[in-house]
Design a protein around this ligand. Structure first.
Ligand code: GLP
Length: 239
């Protein structure tokens, strides 16, 4: 695992966007795994700006998102507003789990199939939950799990409650599994702020265990972590 130290959220956003943009520019075909939440917002803002400046075509790009709430389109709307609307990507090249599907089990299988049909994920962008979750894979999730429905923990519900001012906050979500995420060729994890410091310490200095799902990334051969000062504040070498 490589750790790239940045000073703050702005630098993190810029570097992440530059990296993802360079991959988009240099690939003939690319499947990007995308994340939601507060952390990648700046990355999407910069990517949207670069795409306009360089008139970047997205005809060779497919996106697959990590997760969506059950009974909600919250992450569909987030992606549309913060990224897709700004880059001119064709709707049928963007993929998210359908949280309002009638048959959720069938939807999980369909989503796995979508990823296989696309040939797998080239670069997966991840955030990290305060409890160390990745996607919505909460503590205790099997490391070999595939796309599945999860009951969200109180910690995750309260961390994300602020995003639900217009609708009731769902207590369940569909998420790519840890096994699904680990099959990505490359992973870029973004961590910003002191609230992520404990999870980051476990990631780098803890033992691999399913109580802190992100620790599984120590298993993956190609992970880069971009972390700002706040997120690194509990790492031993920093103190
Ligand atoms: C949610 C998302 C995760 C994200 C996490 C952290 O739980 N499902 O993919 O990494 O929140 O979000 P934030 O960046 O807002 O701290």
């Amino acid at each position: 695992m490589r750790l790239i130290k940045v000073s703050d959220e702005e630098e993190l956003s810029r570097l992440a966007a530059e990296y993802v943009f360079s991959k988009i520019k240099s690939s003939e075909k690319i499947v990007l795994g995308l994340a939601t939440g507060r952390t990648p917002l700046g990355m999407y803002r910069h990517l949207s700006k670069y795409s306009k400046e360089y008139k970047q075509s997205y005809s060779h790009v497919h996106t697959v998102n990590l997760d969506e709430y059950v009974g909600s389109r919250a992450y569909h709307d987030y992606m549309q507003q913060n990224f897709f609307d700004h880059i001119g990507i064709h709707k049928n090249q963007t993929h998210l789990p359908d949280g309002i599907a009638v048959d959720l089990e069938k939807e999980c299988k369909r989503y796995e199939e979508v990823i296989i049909q696309l040939g797998g994920i080239d670069l997966q962008v991840l955030g990290i939950g305060q409890n160390g979750h990745i996607g919505f894979n909460e503590p205790g999730t099997d490391f070999s799990s595939r796309t599945h429905v999860v009951e969200l923990t109180e910690s995750t519900l309260s961390a994300n409650a602020k995003y639900f001012t217009h609708e009731k906050q769902p207590r369940r979500a569909i998420t790519m599994g840890i096994g699904t995420i680990l099959e990505s060729n490359e992973i870029l994890l973004l961590a910003s702020g002191e609230k992520k410091a404990r999870a980051l310490r476990e990631l780098f200095q803890g033992t691999m265990n399913s109580d802190i799902p992100a620790t599984v990334l120590n298993h993956h051969p190609n992970v880069t972590v971009l972390a700002d000062e706040g997120a690194r504040s509990l790492l031993e070498e920093e103190s």
